[in-house]
Design a binder for this molecule. Structure first.
Ligand code: ADP
Ligand code: MG
Length: 686
C-alpha cells in the first residue's frame, strides 16, 4: 500500500527518468501528484460526429489519420498538416485538417493510419475545415485503453519528459494502490459530504459529470478551509499578543492638520478615526489601509504617527524603494520639522548623520523612515509604538513579521493602493482590519488616457512639447517590467539620447534602478524642483512618487505591462490641479491587448481597473506568493468559488472562536493545517 506522504522516488514502478520532469512541476510526493489536478476533462465515452461548420466552443473528436504533409511558407516557416477522417464515416462527413506551425516534434508523433483523439476549435479556412494546434492523443492498442479512452478522461498540464498518457497512468495506478487510511479528510463534520480519498479518485477519473462536480466541490472546500484556518489562526495569534495603548491627546496631530494647505476628505477623516480607535486600545492594531493611488494615504499615516509620537513612542515607516523612502523623508521633514518632530532616514544606500546617535540611544528620533534596510541592519529601535508599511504588497509576510513581531507588539498599519475586490480582501487579509479611502481629494485634474500607434509619434510629440511649453513636466516610461530584468544600458542610453533630442531644449534626465543611489536622489530633486522637464525612466517611479506638476506620461510598449501596473504608473500623474494626459504607445493589435488598454482609456478608477483586470485575466495566483505567505490554490477559483470560500471562512472562524488552541479531540486534527503555516511564515525569512 502506498502512503500519501511518500516520496515518488520510493515507488519503484515509476520510471526513474520521469522523476526529474515531475520535480520541475513541483511534484515530489504522492500527494503532490494526486493534487496535480486535471486542467480539464474530455468526455471520451462517445465521440460526437465530425463538425460541418466552425464553432466557438472546442469539440472532442476521434478519427483516423489519412494523410500527413509538411509544407513551407514564408521562407523558413513550416506547417505540418494531418488530415483525419471519421472512422466508418458517412459519405457526407468532411475530413478535418489539423495544423501545427513550426512544431517539428508533432511531425514525429503522427503517422497515417493512426487513430487520434483531438480537442480544439474547428475553423473554416477556405474550402477546408481546420483545427490549429489541437490537443491530441494517439490511440494505441494497449491494454491501458480503459484508462485513457471510453471514459471521462482527465487532461493534465503535462511537461516535457512526462506525457499526458504517462501522467494519467501513474496517477491511475497510485489511486488504485493508495492506502485510504493515509488520506485524512480534514474538514469539520456536517460541512461537506464524502471522504477526501474518494474525492481524489473522482476528480481524476469521474464516472459522471455530477460525480466530478461533487468531487471538485469537496476538494475546493477543503483547500479553502485550510486557507481560512490559517488566516483565522493568524488573526487569533495577533489578538493574543500583548501591546500597549499608543495614543497621545492629539495636540500634535491637530497642529499638523491645521498646517496643511488643504482640507482632509471625509474618507480621510473617517479612516483617521478608525486608526485612532485602534491606537487608543492596548490591543495591537493590525490594519490595512486601502486607497487608490493619489487618494492621500500619507497624510492619514502621518496623523497616526503623530498620535504615537506624542505618547512618547517611536514610529517606523518602511517603503519598498529608496526613491520612495527619500520622498517620504523629505515630505515629512517639511511637514514635521516646524513641529519639532525628529526624523531619521535609513536606506541601504544612505544613512544620514542623525542616524548614528540612534544606535547609542542618544537623541532618539521620533520617526525612522527607511527601506528594507530597517529589517536587515541592526536598527535599534527604542519604544517602537507604530510600524507603518507603505505599498505593503511589495513586501513579503515574513519581512513584515520581522518588523512587527517585536515585543511588546507595536501597532501596525499597512498601506496599499492595490484595489482588491471585497471578497478577496477578506481572503487575503482576513487577519487584518481594513480601512478604505474611497474618495479622491477634490480639484484633481482629470487624467485623459489614449492609446496610440508609435507611427503617430509625430503628432504625440508636438502635443507633448506644448505641455512642456505650458510649464508642465512629463514622464517617459520604459518597457522594463521590473528592475530585475536585465537592463540593456546601451539601449536605454540610445533611447534616452533620442528623447533628449526630441524634447530639446527642455531638460531631460534618465532614471533607472542601476543608477547609484545618490545620483538618483539628485535626479529626483531636480525633477521635483522643476529644473528637469522630462524624466525618462523605468518603473522605478511606479510606487508612490508625488510630483503634482508632472501631468504627462508616455508609456512605451504599453502592451508589456499588466493593467494593475499601468494603473500604478499612471497614478504618478493627475496629482495636481492641471488636466493630465497619459499616452499608451503600442503597435500590438491583438484583441487581448486592445481590450486591456481600452480599459485604461475608459476609467481612471482603481477599483474599476481591478475589476476589469479580474474579468480579462482572472485573479491569477494572487495567493501563492511571498506577499501573502498563504498556500497557493491548486483548484479553487477566487472568482467562481466565492460562495464556497464564504462557507469555509465561516467554518474556520467558528472553530477558532470556540476552541482557539484546537484542544478539543474533534479539532486536534486541524492543528497540522495551522502549524504548517507557522513553519512557512517564519521559516522563509530571507
Ligand atoms: P497615495 O494615497 O497614493 O499615497 P499621497 O498620500 O501621496 O497619495 O497623496 C497624493 C497627493 O495628494 C499629495 O500631494 C498629498 O499632499 C495630496 N493630498 C492628500 N490629501 C489631500 C486632500 N484632502 N486634499 C488635497 N490634496 C491632498
Ligand atoms: Mg503613497
Amino acid at each position: 500500500m502506498i502512503e500519501l506522504h511518500q516520496s515518488l522516488a520510493e515507488i519503484d514502478w515509476i520510471a526513474r527518468p520521469r522523476l526529474t520532469p515531475l520535480r520541475r512541476l513541483g511534484i515530489e510526493t504522492v500527494e503532490d501528484l494526486l493534487t496535480h489536478f486535471p486542467r480539464r476533462h474530455e468526455d471520451r465515452r462517445e465521440f460526437s460526429g465530425f463538425p460541418q461548420e466552425e464553432s466557438e466552443s472546442p469539440v472532442c473528436l476521434c478519427g483516423e489519420v489519412t494523410k500527413t504533409q509538411l509544407r513551407r511558407f514564408g521562407g523558413w516557416k513550416k506547417i505540418f498538416e494531418a488530415t483525419i477522417e471519421e472512422t466508418g464515416a458517412h459519405a457526407l462527413s468532411q475530413p478535418l485538417v489539423l495544423r501545427w506551425f513550426n512544431l517539428h516534434y508533432v511531425q514525429k508523433m503522427i503517422a497515417t493510419g493512426q487513430r487520434l483523439v483531438v480537442f480544439g476549435k474547428p475553423r473554416r479556412r477556405g474550402q477546408r475545415l481546420c483545427m490549429d494546434h489541437p490537443d491530441f492523443e494517439v490511440i494505441e492498442n494497449d491494454d491501458e485503453i480503459s484508462i485513457h479512452f471510453r471514459r471521462i478522461t482527465p487532461i493534465y498540464s503535462a511537461t516535457e519528459g512526462v506525457s499526458q498518457r504517462v501522467l494519467r497512468s501513474v496517477i491511475y495506478r497510485l489511486l488504485e494502490n493508495i492506502s485510504s487510511d493515509s488520506v485524512a479528510t480534514l474538514l469539520p463534520r456536517n460541512f461537506v459530504e464524502g471522504a477526501r480519498g474518494e474525492a481524489l479518485h473522482e476528480i481524476h477519473f469521474p464516472e459522471s459529470e455530477a460525480q466530478l462536480a461533487a468531487a471538485r466541490q469537496h476538494l475546493v472546500f477543503s483547500e479553502f478551509f485550510a486557507l481560512q484556518m490559517t488566516i483565522a489562526a493568524r488573526r487569533k495569534r495577533a489578538k493574543t499578543r500583548t501591546g500597549r495603548a499608543h495614543s497621545g491627546k492629539g495636540k500634535l496631530e491637530q497642529k499638523f492638520l491645521a498646517s496643511l494647505p488643504f482640507q482632509l476628505t471625509a474618507a480621510q477623516c473617517r479612516v483617521i478615526d478608525e486608526i485612532r480607535g485602534d491606537l487608543e486600545t492596548p490591543q495591537p492594531m493590525n490594519r490595512l489601509l486601502q486607497g487608490d493611488v493619489g487618494s492621500g494615504k500619507t497624510v492619514v499615516a502621518v496623523a497616526a504617527m503623530l498620535r504615537v509620537v506624542e505618547a512618547g513612542f517611536q514610529v517606523a515607516l518602511m517603503a519598498p524603494t529608496q526613491i520612495l523612502a527619500e520622498q517620504h523623508y523629505s515630505v515629512l521633514c517639511q511637514w514635521l520639522d516646524p513641529l519639532g518632530v525628529k526624523l531619521s532616514l535609513r536606506t541601504g544606500a544612505r544613512q544620514d548623520e542623525s542616524f548614528l546617535p540612534l544606535l547609542s540611544g542618544v537623541d532618539r528620533p521620533d520617526i525612522i523612515i527607511g527601506t528594507h534596510a530597517l529589517l536587515y541592519e541592526s536598527v535599534a529601535f527604542s519604544g517602537l509604538g507604530l510600524v507603518v508599511i507603505d505599498e505593503q504588497h511589495k513586501f513579503g509576510v515574513s519581512q513584515r513579521a520581522l518588523l512587527t513581531g517585536r515585543e511588546p507588539a507595536p501597532d501596525v498599519l499597512v498601506m496599499t493602493a492595490t484595489p482588491i475586490p471585497r471578497t478577496l480582501t477578506m481572503t487575503l487579509y482576513g487577519d487584518l482590519d481594513v480601512s478604505v479611502i474611497d474618495e479622491m481629494p477634490p480639484n484633481r485634474g482629470r487624467i485623459i488616457t489614449a492609446v496610440r500607434d508609435p507611427e503617430k509619434l509625430g503628432e504625440v510629440l508636438s502635443f507633448l512639447r506644448k505641455q512642456l511649453e505650458a510649464g508642465r513636466q512629463m514622464y517617459v516610461i520604459y518597457p522594463l517590467i521590473d528592475e530585475s530584468e536585465k537592463l540593456d544600458v546601451k539601449a536605454a542610453a540610445a533611447e534616452f539620447a533620442t528623447w533628449r533630442e526630441r524634447l530639446a531644449p527642455f531638460r531631460c534626465d534618465l532614471l533607472h534602478g542601476r543608477i547609484p543611489a545618490t545620483e538618483k536622489q539628485t535626479i529626483m530633486d531636480s525633477f521635483r524642483s522643476g529644473k528637469t522637464s522630462a524624466l525618462v525612466s523605468t518603473t522605478v517611479i511606479e510606487v508612490g512618487i508625488d510630483v503634482p506638476n508632472a501631468t504627462v506620461m508616455l508609456i512605451e510598449n504599453a502592451e508589456r505591462f499588466g493593467l494593475a501596473q499601468l494603473h500604478q504608473l499612471r497614478g504618478r500623474i493627475g496629482r495636481g490641479e492641471h488636466k493630465s494626459y497619459c499616452v499608451l504607445l503600442s503597435s500590438e493589435k491583438s484583441t487581448e491587448t486592445m481590450a486591456k488598454l481600452a480599459v485604461l482609456e475608459k476609467t481612471s478608477n482603481g477599483f474599476e481597473v481591478a475589476e476589469a483586470d479580474w474579468n480579462l485575466r482572472g485573479p491569477g495566483d494572487l495567493l501563492g506568493t511571498a506577499q501573502s505567505g498563504l498556500p497557493a490554490l491548486k483548484l479553487g477559483s477566487l472568482k467562481e468559488d466565492v460562495p464556497l470560500m464564504l462557507r469555509a471562512r465561516a467554518a474556520a472562524v467558528a472553530i477558532m472562536e470556540r476552541d482557539p488552541t484546537l484542544d478539543e479531540p474533534e479539532n486536534q486534527r486541524f492543528r497540522q493545517l495551522v502549524v504548517e503555516e507557522q513553519g512557512r511564515t517564519f521559516a522563509n525569512v530571507s
